[in-house]
Design a protein around this ligand. Structure first.
Ligand code: ADP
Ligand code: MG
Length: 581
């Protein structure tokens, strides 16, 4: 799905926080009319000798759009967040992150102000918008979950812990990062809470913000030093389809971007001071690496935050940054740093792909249905109900067709079994058998084919081995039969000695062994087995007669002789022998 990929650089917006009453305004101007809107900041030139002259220095930064002091929350949502939310609803990943120094309005923009309903920020507005859209769209089945992660000092905490017992951040469940063999990041211990409507989702946001506030102590300065990531997870599926779309929207309130060695205007304005927050330093490293061409290694793994936001930075995501600016004189140098960072971020290209996957169980159900539909359709067209098996009659017909086809020397002859996959498949299987076992087919086919010849040579060796084995088996059987025969003869001579006087048993039906004594004569093992089991143990002859036969036995013997099929021949022979004797 090449069409399902969107290549785009990270969109970067700027928002200027309203000045406080006692704050001294810095000098800046906004131009939103240009093709690419710009923000110009003018500051006094630093001569480095403590002497401030009247010359001023100006910096110009480009943004997607600049929202000045009076911009309200609804406008921010409509221009910045709504387009991202729409992409997320369509199945792409999205990220919006607010970057700026402490007090510049990140939390106000992402979460909102508590005083007025109209001050609610991007998260509640996005939830409201998403659930509104989901309700309107009855063509798909949607499932929505949220998670809320706080990262402080390289440790992750689950803000959606419902226990409410947490009074310190350390009491919250610790979230750790796991990387699978495909280098995908998994967050262990971060709960995904299902939210079926806006109210449930807002309750979860409230729970998370409460935990966020409780966990903050003046000592850890969590609000300025931690990153908070609220994530909306959406999966959607059309009824009856096996394709599932999954997307994530990260709404990120980053730690304060302030740097050390801040000395105010006239100090180290132009030098790049270090971040107070180490993970923001690593974020900058990642962004510098991404902006460089031909850089293969991107140091995502240096911090938990860059690991979690890995896809949002140069990966599978539609990403938007909001540069938060405080334009009073004391903060203007930090704002310049923020703008510089924003310019680098604006160079990063992301490739958002449609996150579709197939549910194998649903796929099976769907395919089964498709098979049944096709069978029904076929039955309708042919007027016959198709079963998976061909009938015995059909098989014989096919065999005949194939035989005729093979025998036909006309190069134009063709084998037409009809438009029936079962018959076509059977024909191929049958032909394969004929080729692999040319002897059984009665004719040697395609013997000119060398590879086939090799195959049949192997086959011949196999058969020779089998034949040898059967000969051995037959030898054993024959020996056994000979023994039986000898026993029978012994018994007979004993019988004769007992003057019952009969040679008839010499022609007992099981004694036609002479014929099969030659081992080279082939008969199947099965037949041999039948033969062994049919060798009579001569039950009417006592094992050890000792020359005496009881009256009962004699009587039985007489009955046997009389009823025996060959009795007449035996009688004749007897007469003849008597005469000769
Ligand atoms: P950050 O999260 O960047 O540290 P906050 O969002 O907490 O900054 O903002 C600091 C203060 O400024 C808060 O009291 C907030 O209500 C206020 N504030 C920030 N931006 C605005 C704005 N656009 N309009 C009104 N008040 C704002
Ligand atoms: Mg904040």
């Amino acid at each position: 799905a090449a069409a399902a990929m969107v290549k785009e650089t990270i969109r970067v917006y700027a928002r200027v926080k309203p000045l406080g009453r006692r704050q001294q305004a810095g000098s800046y101007s906004v131009d939103n009319e240009e093709a690419l809107p710009s923000l110009e900041i003018t500051v006094p030139r630093d001569l480095g000798d403590g002497f401030i002259n009247n010359k001023r220095e100006s910096y110009k930064f480009k943004f997607q759009k600049i929202f000045d002091q009076e911009a309200k929350q609804d406008v921010i949502f409509d221009s910045i967040a709504k387009p991202v939310a729409e992409c997320v609803l369509a199945g792409y990943n999205g990220t919006i992150f607010a970057y700026g120094q402490t007090g510049s309005g990140k939390t106000f923009t992402i979460t909102g102000g508590a005083e007025r309903y109209s001050d609610r920020g991007i998260i509640p507005r996005t939830l409201s918008y998403i659930f509104d859209q989901l309700q309107k769209d009855s063509s798909k089945v949607y499932t929505t979950h949220v998670s809320y992660l706080e990262i402080y000092n390289e440790c992750g905490y689950d803000l959606l812990d419902p226990r409410h017992e947490a009074s310190r951040m350390e009491d919250l469940p610790k979230v750790t990062i796991m990387e699978d063999s495909d280098q995908n990041i998994h967050l262990k211990n971060l709960s995904l809470q299902q939210a079926t409507n806006e109210e449930e989702a807002l309750n979860l946001l409230f729970l998370g913000d409460t935990n966020r506030m409780i966990a903050e102590t003046p000592m850890n300065q969590a609000s300025s030093r931690s990153h908070c990531i609220f994530t909306i997870h959406i999966s959607s599926k059309e009824p009856g389809s096996a394709v599932i779309r999954r997307s994530k929207l990260h709404l990120v309130d980053l730690a304060g971007s302030e740097r050390v060695a801040k000395t105010g205007i006239g100090g180290h304005l132009l030098t790049e001071a270090k971040y107070i927050n180490l993970s923001l330093h690593y974020l900058e490293q990642v962004i510098i690496a991404l902006a460089e061409k031909n850089r293969s290694h991107i140091p995502y793994r240096n911090s938990m935050m860059t690991s979690v936001l890995r896809d949002s930075l140069g990966g599978n995501c539609m990403t938007t940054m909001i540069a938060m600016l405080a334009m009073d004189k004391r903060n203007i140098d930090e704002s310049i740093s923020t703008c510089r960072f924003a310019q680098r971020v604006a160079l990063i290209k992301n490739e958002a792909v449609l996150n579709e996957e197939i549910d194998p169980r649903l796929m099976i159900v769907q395919l089964k249905k498709e098979i049944q539909d096709l069978k029904d359709e076929l039955a309708l067209v042919t007027g016959k109900q198709r079963t998976s098996e061909l009938s015995q009659e059909e098989l014989l017909q096919l065999d005949e067709l194939i035989e005729t086809f093979l025998k036909d020397n006309d190069p134009d002859s063709s084998l037409d079994v009809g438009a029936d996959m079962r018959k076509i498949k059977y024909s191929f299987v049958h032909m394969k058998q004929i080729i692999n076992h040319p002897m059984t087919s009665g004719e040697k086919l395609l013997s000119q084919d060398l590879s086939e010849e090799k195959n049949s040579n192997e086959e011949l060796e196999k058969l020779k081995g089998l034949l040898q084995q059967r000969d051995n088996e037959i030898n054993i059987l024959v020996t056994m039969l000979k023994k039986e025969k000898k026993k029978a003869q012994d018994a007979l001579s004993q019988l004769n000695a007992a003057s019952v006087g009969s040679t008839a048993l010499e022609q007992s039906p099981s004694m036609s062994l002479e014929e099969s004594q030659s081992p080279s004569k082939c008969f199947s093992l099965k037949e041999a087995k039948v033969l062994t089991s049919s060798v009579p143990r001569l039950p009417f002859l006592p094992r050890a007669t000792g020359g005496k036969i009881s009256l009962g036995y004699q009587e039985a013997f007489e009955v046997f002789k009389r009823d025996h099929a060959d009795s007449i021949t035996i009688e004749d022979n007897k007469q003849l022998l008597k005469q000769r004797w």
